[in-house]
Write a protein that binds this ligand. Sequence first.
Ligand code: ATP
Ligand code: MG
Length: 277
Amino acid sequence: MSQLSTQSDLVAPFLEIKNAQIIYDNAIEAVRDVSLSVAEGTVVALLGSNGAGKSTLLKAVTGTLHLEDGDLEKGSIHFAGRDLARSKTDAIVRDGLVLVPEGRKLFANMTVEENLTMGAHLKSASELRRLKQTVFELFPKLKERRSQTAGYLSGGEQQMVAVGRALMAEPRLLVLDEPSLGLAPLIIDAIYETIALMRRELNMTVFLVEQNATQAMNLADYVYIMENGRIVLDGPAEKMRTNLDVQEYYLGFSSGGEERKSFRDIKHYKRRKRWLS
Ligand SMILES: Nc1ncnc2c1ncn2[C@@H]1O[C@H](COP(=O)(O)OP(=O)(O)OP(=O)(O)O)[C@@H](O)[C@H]1O
Ligand SMILES: [Mg+2]
């Protein structure tokens, strides 16, 4: 159940993006006037189709935009009082904002355990042992596979390593970019169950980017929908789930008798294309 009925109940949001405009190469406007906030202890989902600007927003939040010649041209981004536009990635991680990137980005030639250790490079040896134990409790499979090369694991196992590696940094705000991408439904369920568990047991705040609207909406307290660089709709998850537009376009239900291309059809088509290319 959600802990807050609306985002406006908040005193001071944990993560707050105000009127963000993000431009790549001084030319491509990927995010236009986006405002969004994440309250401490909540799960917030940002949904939207390919190219909507979701990952771009996350790059701004994690201080990695400059690596791709991207710029926060207008607006502001604050996390726990810190101005993220002026912060280095390391400092952002130390403050507790940790990203599980799109496509996992594991160190493919390293073992599972080495990948986990990379997530904890700011920790002492005893903290490292304790954190590894926490991750192995959450993902017993990873304990079994601790000495295996990450690149040879299944997609689902690699996603577990990616989430586990982020947990090693003890996030206060865990940011996930499309955790369900390319995974089978049962594996997606398992990943989402773990995210729900982390939120419950570790009292973690979660900011989740997804194309998989159903799962994300079930877990989230508050949902934003992004199209072409803008937020087009937002609201408490329970309201969004029953909103007819959301049902039709984002959850794949059709109100009329005619066959309408649903968001999910489009998504699956694009996914398939991506796999084949
Ligand atoms: N490094 C970059 N340089 C130039 N343009 C970029 C760069 N990264 C993204 N873009 C453009 O910015 C827009 C938003 O891309 P972004 O990756 O943020 O979308 P997304 O919502 O994450 O999509 P997806 O669901 O496919 O991952 C797209 O038009 C994309 O082509
Ligand atoms: Mg993306």
